[in-house]
Design a protein around this ligand. Structure first.
Ligand code: NAP
Length: 375
């Protein structure tokens, strides 16, 4: 079965990015003996924080690749992981030394003896899951999230399974491509990638951060009418210049669900991309059209939201949890980006040593699209 799965990967890889097996195993230029990495480390009070360390270059296993990382995109999830680890009373698993972040773009610097799906010098991105090729997610695959369940990607050189990478789309910089693995894929699966958006339908996107901006870009490129909510009128103006048809300030219009109904002649949105969880659920449900889909993506206002069944029943609507996606989903998405010449919005980049500023900016939310660390 495993052999069969690996054959599928090789097949997908060749059709998706023209990868070829090669006898080359390591870059012509010698690899350094050590690498910089940002890892989880406990401070004196036992709280986890990020720490920049120097570590020996890891040995490449048979089915692994060594990625020379050029860019890493940040997720709100990095903050949520730190918060949950520092709140947790579970002391069983010490995460000290775990490399942070999930989304990198770079060049393959070395490959294991059994790797046939990529080659040294290939331009690739990491994937959120290390071994989720296609089909439904399982607990075992779900446990293998880069930077969450297992080692992540924020370092000059990182080790990844050959199933945990995919070719970079053509025409993108490393900084742009690094934004795709989690935020773009989640937005894709919450909208067009799961066939949820009828042609000419309406998509409601909450906020203007990573997932939300991609949901705007993907849905509007697909031809949907997109309504965006934001805490900032200035960001709403910018969202309009990127294809949003309407904007609602969720601070000055707390009952924004009503406004969505007004803007759609009482119909509501065919897809609502919910990132707020507890804080947005009532207005998200209000905004949803009959027969529509509530794509549950995030919990910026807390994950403990109640979804009143009667609202969904009355509207014959559905709610669907989205957790990034598979490698096959990712390849379909990158084809969409390539075909439509779409480019991610990188709001700001930072050198690696400025990672504390990048984390602070992520928490402050004064950006649109993505924040990226350059290496
Ligand atoms: N399911 C998955 O696979 C998956 C993957 C990645 C992330 N997530 C989760 O999705 C959520 C968003 O992640 P992200 O990386 O896109 O975040 P982000 O880039 O940090 O963006 C957050 C933005 O959300 C908006 N926002 C904050 N609170 C809001 C609220 N109450 N109502 C509406 N908008 C609000 C703000 O936009 P304005 O400044 O415009 O107001 C803020 O800039 C997080 O909870 C994250 O953990 C889920």
């Amino acid at each position: 079965m495993y052999t069969c799965v690996r054959a599928i990967v090789a097949c997908l890889a060749v059709s998706g990015g023209g990868w070829l097996g090669t006898p080359a195993r390591a870059a012509n230029t010698p690899l350094p003996p050590t690498t910089r990495q940002v890892v989880l480390a406990k401070d004196g009070a036992g709280h986890y924080a990020w720490s920049l360390v120097q570590a020996p270059l890891p040995r490449v296993g048979d089915h692994q690749v060594l990625l020379h990382v050029h860019a890493v995109a940040l997720q709100h999830g990095e903050l949520e992981l730190l918060e949950s680890l520092n709140k947790s009373t579970d002391t069983e698993r010490d995460r000290s030394g775990q490399i942070v972040c999930s989304d990198a773009a770079g060049e393959v610097a070395a490959i294991g003896r059994q790797v046939t799906s990529t080659h040294v010098g290939a331009r690739v991105t990491s994937l959120y899951f290390a071994d989720y090729l296609e089909g439904p997610l399982t607990p075992a695959k779900q446990a293998q999230g880069h930077g969450y369940g297992i080692n992540g990607v924020l370092g000059d050189y990182v080790l990844l399974e050959d199933t945990g990478i995919a070719p970079m789309p053509g025409g993108m910089s490393y900084e742009e491509a690094a934004t795709l693995p989690t935020a773009a894929l989640t937005a894709w699966m919450a909208t067009v990638g799961s066939n949820l958006v009828p042609r000419g339908g309406t998509v409601l996107v909450e906020g203007t951060g990573g997932i939300s901006w991609f949901a705007l870009q993907i849905s509007s490129a697909y031809g949907a009418r997109v309504i965006v909510t934001s805490s900032s009128d200035e960001k709403l103006e910018r969202a309009r210049s990127y294809g949003a048809h309407d904007g609602i300030n969720y601070k000055s219009v707390p009952a924004w669900g009503e406004r969505v109904l007004e803007l759609t002649d009482g119909r509501g949105a065919d897809v609502v991309v919910d990132i707020g969880g507890k804080s947005t659920m009532p207005q998200s449900l209000k905004s949803l059209a009959y027969g529509g889909t509530l794509s549950l993506v995030g919990g910026l206002g807390g994950y403990g939201a109640d979804i009143p069944a009667i609202e969904l029943i009355r509207k014959a609507a559905r709610a669907q949890g989205i957790y990034a996606g598979s490698r096959a989903d990712y390849l379909r998405m990158t084809k969409f980006f390539e075909a439509l010449h779409l480019h991610p919005l990188v709001d700001h980049t930072y050198p690696l040593e400025d990672y504390p500023t990048a984390l602070k900016d992520l928490a402050a939310g004064n950006f649109m699209g993505k924040l990226v660390i350059r290496l």
